[in-house]
Design a protein around this ligand. Structure first.
Ligand SMILES: *Cc1c(COP(=O)(O)O)cnc(C)c1O
Length: 394
């Protein structure tokens, strides 16, 4: 998923425009900036590209998640249903909001299983935080329907799925708020950055205020703002936004290259006995940032992961043992001292998240190996990689 492979002339030019103006901050300095607003430009382009009424950029995907939770009114004691397979930021931001994380299982989509989400709902459920992992979609239609019937807020984490769609509609545009990340290893990057997407004006109004100490940004220059809300500093700089403007313009090319490389690998591996691909509720909408393979058993997956590394197939992830993306290794949360600690204690995990048992998720992730799809691969490299993969998997 790496836009960093394409940092080139366009990014260079964009950044130099900001340097030439000397105004590095997104707000105020109305005179000196001479009409140049890179954050605004990126927001307008994002709104157009994703087909939403409003996009608001912020400092990271993590701050986008915190903002989403805050503007949806998620706070102390509220329960948030989320998957155990995600980047740890989802758990962190729920805990930092003082809310209670409630894990529902994933299925072979590598995303939330709607049946498990339904089972996890209680009268205290405030939101479902669905994560579109590894470049593709959750069963977002079923999850949306569940949220509607239970009158629970749907928040989407599309940090790993920029450009992916479900039946033609971009991921990140199904919930009340969608979150994107532009960190250095995401599909498009600003170096660091993120965005919230929404169709709801009030949600947008709160989000843009929350990321800037509650400023309402209603006045000319900065002095005329009111700041009626509590907030934080999650602002993105003009330098970062400038890189984002160039990167967003590349998104369709990036998707095309990823899809071509992934299709070659998938075609080549099709039909190998016992080898399954991650289930895609809408294959046409896959952003193809990852290829995910499901082996028949945990034992097979562990052996294959090791053999792939030995065969020189780089960029593979065996998530089950990974301490960023799967709950089993989130033992650092044990030492956490924040409102979230209270939330975990109250929910009865002790304060040890590794004690959570999610056998269905374990059974999926234990069998899964994912591989990053790179943009700079040549066709020859893909063929060579495929041959090495077949020597291990066939
Ligand atoms: C990267 C990522 C985030 C956090 O984004 P940052 O910009 O790194 O803060 C959140 N969720 C998922 C699924 C991610 O992959």
């Amino acid at each position: 998923m790496p836009g960093f492979e394409y940092i080139g002339e366009a990014e260079h030019r964009q950044v130099l425009e900001v340097m030439a103006s000397g105004v590095l901050m997104r707000y105020g300095f109305d005179g000196p900036r001479k009409g140049q607003w890179k954050c605004r430009e990126l927001e307008e382009n994002l709104a157009t590209r994703f087909g939403v009424r409003r996009a608001h950029v912020c400092s990271s995907g993590t701050s986008a998640l915190s903002t989403a939770l805050a503007v949806c009114g998620v706070g102390a004691g509220d329960e948030v249903v989320l998957p155990p397979f995600t980047f740890v930021a989802d758990l962190e931001t729920v805990l930092l909001a003082g809310a209670v994380p409630v894990f529902a299982d994933i299925d072979e989509t590598l995303c939330l299983d709607p049946r498990s989400v339904a089972a996890a709902m209680t009268p205290r459920t405030k939101a479902v935080l669905v994560v579109h992992m590894c470049g593709a979609m959750a069963r977002i239609d079923a999850i949306m329907e569940l949220c509607r019937t239970h009158q629970v807020t749907l928040i989407e984490d599309a940090a790993q799925a920029a450009g992916a769609t479900f039946h033609g509609k971009p991921l990140g545009t199904f919930g009340r708020v969608g979150c994107l990340s532009f960190d250095y290893v995401k599909t498009i990057t600003c170096g660091e950055g993120g965005a919230v997407l929404t169709d709801d004006e009030e949600t947008y109004r709160l989000a843009q205020a929350y990321t800037d100490h509650g400023h309402d940004h209603a006045g000319a220059d900065r002095g005329a703002d009111g700041h009626p809300h509590i907030g934080a500093n999650f602002r993105l700089s003009e330098l970062h936004a400038a890189v984002g403007v160039a990167q967003l313009a590349r998104l369709d090319d990036i998707l095309q290259v990823q899809r071509r490389h992934k299709a070659m690998l998938k075609d080549g591996l099709a039909g190998i006995r016992g080898l399954q691909f991650r289930e895609l509720p809408d294959p046409a909408g896959d952003s193809a940032t990852f290829l995910s393979l499901l082996l028949p058993s945990e034992h097979d997956a562990r052996q294959a992961a090791k053999a792939l590394a030995e065969a020189g197939v780089d960029g593979c992830f065996y998530w089950y043992d990974n301490n960023w993306h799967y709950h089993r290794k989130w033992d650092h949360i044990k030492t956490f001292t924040s409102p979230g600690r209270l939330a975990i204690d109250r929910f009865g995990y002790g304060s040890d998240l590794t004690k959570i048992t999610l056998p269905q998720s374990d059974a999926v992730i234990g069998r899964t190996i994912s591989m990053l799809i790179k943009l700079r691969w040549t066709e020859e490299h893909v063929r060579d990689r495929l041959a090495r993969m077949k020597s291990v998997l066939a």
